[in-house]
Design a protein around this ligand. Structure first.
Ligand code: GLP
Length: 235
């Protein structure tokens, strides 16, 4: 397995390391970045905003977007990306699925075709408490491509903290598939907080199963995992 694990108990140091990875990718000529949302990414985007990194010649392509809330909604991933990164750190071109499309299935297909026309140099990932990546919930086929998916109660509950009531949390999303994510040349996964331990332990142990989507990364040739969990590679 070529999975590279780095444990950083100091979260600030962990995010400095993540920033350094972005910086060296840029220096090495990376121009297309797969980006993610979620609380995990916020400190990294803050560091990116305050850095001198220049993405103005780059393309970004986001993992996913909710279906059923307008793009301008405070919790849409479109708004998240504008607020946390793009307003301060513009990219030349940014792509994010359109969760407001009239035909969301056609939108998912369009997004997958778009992804296939790009080479993602580096994909940033967080992980859900149940091991989901993007919005690929447990049980999703490892062969999945971009699609419209139903969100589990676990994921909706985890994300409910961003909404006023549970009823407001969308029930569907458009997400890059697991196979789509695996096409990236390099993957940076960040997992912070005890609630992510079961998913990360399964990944490190190499227990590859569609029940824990993140374990698919064991089959990727070039992955780095940054975590603040005290965890050993040899367990
Ligand atoms: C969301 C996103 C994922 C993210 C995950 C973890 O469901 N679709 O891309 O990795 O939640 O979120 P957080 O970083 O807030 O724990």
């Amino acid at each position: 397995m070529t999975l590279n694990l780095e444990v950083w108990e100091d979260r600030d140091a962990l995010y400095n390391r993540a920033l350094e990875i972005f910086s060296s990718e840029l220096k090495n000529g990376a121009t297309t970045f797969g980006l993610a949302t979620g609380g995990t990414t916020i400190p990294l985007y803050e560091k990116m905003r305050n850095s001198s990194l220049d993405f103005s010649h780059c393309t970004s392509v986001n993992l996913d977007e909710y279906v059923g809330i307008p793009q301008g909604h405070s919790q849409s991933y479109y708004t998240f990306m504008q607020q946390h990164l793009f307003e301060a750190k513009p990219f030349n071109t940014t792509y994010i699925p359109n969760g407001e499309a009239e035909n969301v299935d056609a939108e998912a297909k369009r997004y997958e075709d778009l992804l296939k026309s790009l080479t993602v140099d580096m994909q940033l990932l967080g992980v859900g408490v149940n091991g989901h990546i993007g919005f690929n919930e447990p049980g999703t086929s490892f062969q999945s491509e971009t699609d419209v998916v139903e969100l589990t109660v676990s994921t909706r509950s985890a994300n409910a903290r961003f909404f006023d009531t549970m009823d407001e949390v969308p029930k569907q999303a458009i997400t890059m598939g697991i196979a789509s994510i695996m096409r990236a040349n390099y993957i940076l996964l960040i997992a912070v907080g005890e609630e992510k331990r079961p998913a990360i332990e399964a990944l490190i142990k190499g227990d590859i199963t569609e029940d824990i989507p993140v374990t698919r990364l064991c089959n990727h040739p070039n992955v780095i995992v940054l975590t603040d969990l005290k965890i050993s590679k040899d367990q």
